[in-house]
Write a protein that binds this ligand. Structure first.
Ligand code: FAD
Length: 430
């Protein structure tokens, strides 16, 4: 039994890593609590950039933060693993056995004690039980999946080169992920263009992307004018946007829509819906909504356990639901980082977290971008191809890096990426 207060944070994403870093600086540094981060992977990526990893337009190692090095410099501990069950009465979590990629055993299943448990395991796409999706569609919910997609994308490109055929890709989900991915794949091919002429002696194959959206417009979280402008921009690139199109089934060669239409595509991406990872169903019987998200109070404690907090995409406030965005995850992490120390040290109740909507940004590769402010005002679009909005999107990432690394190292990282961009191609070719 430890003499220090134990704070366990499960999931080192936008919310979890930000919280671990801040609590490390407060409680960890003053040795008032042991802060431990658990994640099933070894590195953190800014999830809003995953579509860029999938397209191969992010190639820098700087864009991954190693949990081990970050923990060692920020007064918290890190263990790889997945929490597979929670014993709420004894305040213990069980971590499943940890295996290497070749399936050999690295760590036996173990238990860890907690005084406060913070769940921040994020979300994944929701296939709503659509037949064939699990087997025949790719998702881009984490770095492993984004890299797997990129590998398939590059292989299909080579096949199209060899056969002089176009490359068909179907993307299901016209939210920020699907829409931005469609544009980013076009950007990847544009960058690839001059290399392919020399390497293969011909221009790259035509990309034909079909973007399927069940609702009547893409980007439904944005004002209508952004949806229409983004659709026009995608169509200008050659993307076929099909709204009010629900997918009924997927198979090894394409997708069948509810109206019977068959969309043939060797590459199929599922980027629709949001649900918590299935593992939340084994979290000690915590109350969940139908998407598996942990039901929480306004002060981020679980509905039925004051020692458990949940943040970001894996949590849900009944009656006042918030969107699954990085902005919400970050604000919730900052709130807990501010008030958890007083709860740990003096038993002061964590107050309600009030979300302040600062607007939303969508960037279609290098082609266009828009910012939607809370009052409904829209900024971006035509002027220099929405340059300001596109830069704003990039700035959010830089802000995240600076928050984690500190100003100096954050800027150095930006600078080194800039240099790398001058010496290496800005698309993944190997
Ligand atoms: C392609 C894409 C583009 C996006 N674009 C935007 C955007 O432009 N703006 C915006 O605001 N939002 C965007 N989002 C949404 C945003 O990324 C999420 O809302 C945000 O990352 C949620 O943060 P989180 O901390 O809750 O979860 P994540 O950041 O997803 O972190 C979850 C962490 O938990 C770990 N984990 C998962 N399961 C387990 C487990 N069982 N055990 C241990 N660890 C686990 C994961 O490895 C990960 O590190 C986008 C998402 C995607 C996929």
């Amino acid at each position: 039994m430890s003499d220090r207060f134990e704070v366990l944070i499960v999931g080192g994403g936008v919310a979890g890593l930000s919280l671990a870093t801040q609590l490390g600086k407060s409680l960890g540094k003053r040795r008032k609590a042991r802060i431990t981060l658990i994640d099933k992977s070894f590195s953190h990526v800014w999830k809003p950039m995953l579509h860029r990893f999938a397209a191969g337009t992010v190639v820098s190692e700087n864009d991954r933060i190693s949990f081990i090095t970050h923990a060692s410099g920020h007064n918290f501990e890190f263990w790889p693993g997945e929490v597979v069950s929670i014993d709420r009465a004894k305040r213990k979590v069980v971590l499943g056995a940890f295996h290497a990629p070749d399936q050999s055993l690295v760590l036996e299943s173990r238990t860890m004690q907690y005084d406060a448990l913070v769940l921040a395991v994020g979300s994944c796409a929701n296939d709503f039980g659509t037949p064939g999706v699990k087997e025949h569609c790719l998702c881009i919910d984490n770095l492993v999946e984004a890299n797997a997609f990129n590998e398939k994308f590059r292989m299909e490109l080579i096949r199209s080169f060899a056969n002089s055929t176009k490359l068909d890709i179907a993307i299901v989900g016209g939210g920020a992920t699907g829409t931005q991915l469609a544009a980013e794949l076009h950007k990847a091919l544009d960058i690839f263009d001059p290399y392919s002429l020399h390497a293969f002696g011909r221009i790259p194959p035509k990309l034909h992307i079909t973007l399927l959206q069940s609702g009547d417009r893409i980007l439904p979280a944005f004002p209508e004018q952004v949806s229409h402008a983004a659709q026009s921009e995608l169509e200008r690139l050659g993307v076929t946007v099909r709204t009010s199109s629900r997918v009924a089934a997927a198979d090894a060669t394409g997708l069948t829509l509810k109206d019977g239409t068959y969309i043939k595509a060797p590459l199929r991406v599922w980027a629709a819906g949001v649900k918590a990872p299935d593992v939340t169903h084994s979290y000690g019987g915590l109350a969940l909504n139908k998407s598996g998200q942990v039901l929480i109070n306004a002060n981020l404690t679980a509905k039925d356990d004051p020692h458990i907090f949940a943040l970001g995409d894996c949590s849900f406030i009944e009656g006042d639901p918030l969107p699954a965005t990085a902005q919400v995850a970050r604000q919730q992490a900052n709130h807990l980082a501010r008030y958890l120390p007083a709860w740990v040290e003096h038993g002061r109740v964590v107050p309600s977290c009030v979300f302040r909507n600062k607007g939303a940004i969508v960037a279609l590769g290098k082609y266009n971008g828009w910012t939607a402010f809370p009052g409904g005002t829209v900024w971006g679009g035509g002027v220099s191809h929405g340059l300001a909005a596109r830069l704003g999107h990039l700035l959010l990432y830089r802000q995240h890096q600076v928050a984690l690394y500190g100003f100096f190292r954050g800027m150095m990282s930006f600078y080194s990426e800039w240099i790398e961009g001058r010496i290496r191609p800005s698309v993944r070719l190997d």
